[in-house]
Design a protein around this ligand. Structure first.
Ligand SMILES: O=C(CO)[C@H](O)[C@H](O)COP(=O)(O)O
Ligand SMILES: [Co+2]
Length: 216
């Protein structure tokens, strides 16, 4: 069974408490929080005050996906806001190794995200240091985009690397994940699935979370 991380980006922000509570009561494992700065990606999502409100209600670990330049400026703040997994983009961190060590020294689990064009080899030298490898299956910045098919072979390459290096890194897939492609993603080696619009744009989000959880 894969870990399921519903993306709050697709939730109803006018009734955020309702959607957080829905995830609390569901089979989901984590909350996926997308933080965008309008520079690294062409969109601005939400920031610290909203994350603080989410944290106050969330009863599951916060899986925080930073899509911001120079993310190290905010590591301590995200730690205080309760991030369990803090994921930074390889493309946004000049000193990726150092940033990973800082995240871990603050007591968080470190994740690295890769854009669709970035090869798995970009994390070859740090794979043993990270708890999570987030493979973007859309170009980051927006929810509701079409899944990029090349992701399947990329997951297999990531899995090979993890086995070869004897690492225990989890592979997370983010973007365009739904009940239709979940089984194939898991078969290729995905350990965790992020789903935003597939969950919250559906009239029965709890059922979709359950279907994703039970995909095999
Ligand atoms: O990181 C992201 C976008 O940059 C989101 O997590 C992702 O797009 C989830 O949304 P959806 O499931 O609707 O594609
Ligand atoms: Co994300």
């Amino acid at each position: 069974m894969a870990l399921i991380s519903p993306s709050v980006l697709a939730a109803d922000f006018l009734h955020l408490a309702k959607d957080i509570e829905l995830v609390n009561q569901s089979q989901a494992d984590w909350f996926h929080l997308d933080i965008m700065d309008g520079v690294f990606v062409p969109n601005i999502s939400y920031g610290m005050p909203v994350m603080k409100s989410i944290q106050s209600l969330a009863q599951k670990p916060l899986d925080v996906h930073l899509m911001i330049i120079e993310p190290e400026r905010y590591f301590e703040e995200f730690q205080k806001l309760g991030a369990e997994y803090l994921t930074i983009h390889a493309e946004a961190s000049t000193h990726l190794h150092r940033s990973i060590q800082v995240i871990k020294s603050l007591g968080m689990k470190a994740g690295v995200a890769l854009n669709p064009h970035t090869p798995i080899s970009a994390v070859e030298e740090v794979i043993q240091d990270i708890e999570l490898l987030l493979i973007m299956s859309v170009n980051p910045g927006f929810g509701g985009q079409k899944f990029i098919e090349n992701t399947y072979s990329k997951i297999e390459k990531a899995k090979d690397l993890i086995i070869q290096k004897n690492a225990s890194t989890l592979i997370e897939i983010d973007g365009g994940v739904n009940v239709e492609n979940a089984s194939k993603l898991i078969a290729c080696g995905a350990d965790a699935l992020v789903a935003g619009s597939a969950v919250f744009a559906n009239e029965n989000p709890t059922q979709v979370i359950s279907d994703l959880k039970n995909a095999h």
